[in-house]
Design a protein around this ligand. Sequence first.
Ligand SMILES: *Cc1c(COP(=O)(O)O)cnc(C)c1O
Length: 432
Amino acid sequence: MDLKIFERMESEVRGYIRSFPVIFSKAQGSELIDERGRRYIDFFSGAGTLNYGHNNPLLRDRLVDYLASDGVVHGLDMATSAKKYFLQTLDRLILKPRGLNYKAQFTGPTGTNAVEAALKLVRQVKGRQNVIAFTHGFHGVSGGSLATTANQKFRVAAGVALGNTSFMPFDGYFGPDVNTMAYLERLLDDPGSGLDRPAAVIVETIQGEGGVNVASQGWLRELEHLCRSHDMLLVVDDIQVGCGRTGHFFSFESSGISPDIVTLSKSLSGFGLPMSLVLIRPELDIWKPGAHSGTFRGNNLAFVTASQAMESYWTDTGLSERVAAKECFVRDWLENLVHSCRGAGLSVRGRGLIQGLATPAGDDLAQRIARRAFEQGLVIETSGARDEVLKVLPALTIPHELLGRGLEILERSTNDVLESLGRIPRMLKAAG
Ligand SMILES: *Cc1c(COP(=O)(O)O)cnc(C)c1O
């Protein structure tokens, strides 16, 4: 396939095109189709943006009707019928049934826009500059959110100092035997620790870009407790693992914590349309009118598909149950794979339909497996500071048969790469 125009005209900054060097022209459900008509199973889902699959017909039909009826497409942050219906639906289907009471701030359309707004607000509310973020955390690549993103690759690109953030060890950072919350508590309790008093903590319950690191429910509850006892606000960045990825609409539901602020984006529109939202505990909503603006706040097309996604998938527990069943299936498969490749140092971690196959860092194993998988028709990406974790992130709606076929390709690719590196002798594999 001829990628010359991209190489000649598109900036060197381009990324995923390098991992998947074909020209995609169509997509439906859990499959991408390239210009030659070759089909690929999608285990990447736009980094968690396509939880309901590509071009989901339920959402697409609603969108086409809206466009055909001359519904407002752009309206700054003015009131529109589409926005009204979105707010009503969010309240009725998501917030009320969970006993949640939040105000909604629409920011610019990408995830980092929501994080920027959340960070500004917590600093205003508490009148303090410092914010706690975690090792391997990812919150976006614009100034404020980049300061809370841990990965050096992104930080170095800023070219300026990124400050007002203290990084603390995430759950499991020193292995399973060290309680990193005890470390944070000690620093907060000790006036001589050198830690400036934070306005807030920003955390992902499962670090998507950082390598599928899962915070335990107990760790999250201790974090919430520390926030309350040290007058810090708790911001949960649910941009990647919210909107049903873990089987619940919000990833923190099963832990029982109540964040002060929640950021949502990626799969919120349900259709891959850009849209971001900051959910704010009402008493924290001290914004002055217009103090944080943006031309593309509230994408009306996204309101239409987001409302339809809630109506199609969040009126009963059906989707949650299907995610739980698929989680077991994927988890079993990956654990069997790890077992059959024992000695290769693989392991599995994750929750819901975000599962990571971790490889020993430093030998490009995960990237080689992803490349091999792509040759065989599977789109899968790596994550982690050294790209050492293959991230299994299929659409929540993926048909069982495609899920199985994708896992088969992943297994075959893993075996191929390990064999080619001499990590699994062929005979042992055949015997085991
Ligand atoms: C993707 C992501 C962001 C940033 O979203 P963009 O739309 O890329 O700006 C922020 N936080 C988390 C957890 C993400 O996964």
